[in-house]
Design a protein around this ligand. Structure first.
Ligand SMILES: Nc1ncnc2c1ncn2[C@@H]1O[C@H](COP(=O)(O)OP(=O)(O)OP(=O)(O)O)[C@@H](O)[C@H]1O
Length: 250
């Protein structure tokens, strides 16, 4: 399932915040959007999600024009930094929610929903939390539930905006590992917005480096280090170079 982003432009008032952005994302690929604050990463992700609309350009998914579809019709899973869980529902109910809300014709039976929820919770290693309520969970566990809930609807693409940035380093590392393994098991493509270069280099097949609403370079982690396309990219990734030399990530 591939996504084509062609010449997407977006203004906030008179400010051009996405300037003719184009990206082709291959089926099952894990993409990171990396760049300084204000470069347009979140705006691009929200436009892909259908939470806001661009003034110009097109989005297509598997050849279908989705530019005018709303978020629900796109069938993308989303996890945000503060993606609220339903506080009055247990973990299992949160994960089941998207499946229960499906149109009748596409809705699995109650038995199949329960089976799928158990399977997903086990896969995400939170089976033991099924009956807890969100207020009884740690930040890391909540994000694990949010991720599981996003995957439960069998999304065509997974969209993640700084999902782990509020968590401490060790929990982030655990969650990164789980995210990558769940994403691969399920076989869904993913787009991750992050400030964290280490996170981008560890997770992504390809990274889009953004600056001022444009894609400066879209390439594999190894190529970004070896062949930065501009002084901006080289400078921005200096930290990642150090990371690379430590032998991790690439
Ligand atoms: N709702 C809005 N109204 C007006 N301007 C906005 C709005 N949302 C974002 N912007 C502006 O658009 C630009 C891009 O913002 P965006 O949040 O996409 O950047 P970002 O790269 O995700 O930044 P960060 O890493 O800080 O989250 C910024 O200049 C921001 O101030």
């Amino acid at each position: 399932m591939s996504l084509q982003i062609q010449n997407i432009s977006k203004y906030y008032g008179a400010n051009l915040v996405l300037d003719a952005v184009s990206l082709d994302i291959e089926p099952g690929e894990f993409i990171a959007l990396l760049g300084p604050s204000g470069s347009g990463k979140t705006t691009l992700l929200r436009t892909i999600a259908g939470l806001q609309f661009a003034e110009g350009g097109t989005l297509s998914f598997d050849g279908e024009d989705i530019t005018g579809l709303d978020a629900r019709e796109r069938r993308f899973g989303m996890v945000f930094q503060n993606y609220a869980l339903f506080e009055h529902m247990s973990v299992a109910q949160n994960v089941a929610f998207g499946l229960k809300m499906r149109e009748r014709s596409a809705r699995p039976s109650a038995k199949d929903i329960s089976r799928r929820v158990v399977e997903l919770l086990d896969m995400a290693q939170i089976g033991h939390l099924a009956e807890r309520f969100p207020s009884q969970l740690s930040g890391g566990q909540r994000q694990r539930v949010a991720l599981t809930r996003a995957l439960a609807i069998e999304p065509r693409l997974l969209l993640l905006d700084e999902p782990f940035s509020a968590l401490d380093t060790r929990v982030r590392k655990d969650l990164r590992f789980s995210l990558r393994s769940l994403q691969q098991k399920v076989g869904v493509g993913a787009i991750l917005v992050t400030h964290d270069q280490e996170e981008a280099f560890e997770l992504a097949d390809r990274i889009a480096v953004m600056a001022d609403g444009k894609i400066e370079q879209f390439d594999t982690p190894a190529n970004l280090i070896k062949k930065p396309s501009s002084p901006f990219v080289a400078e921005f990734l200096e930290g990642a170079g150090g990371y690379n030399q430590s032998g991790a990530g690439i």
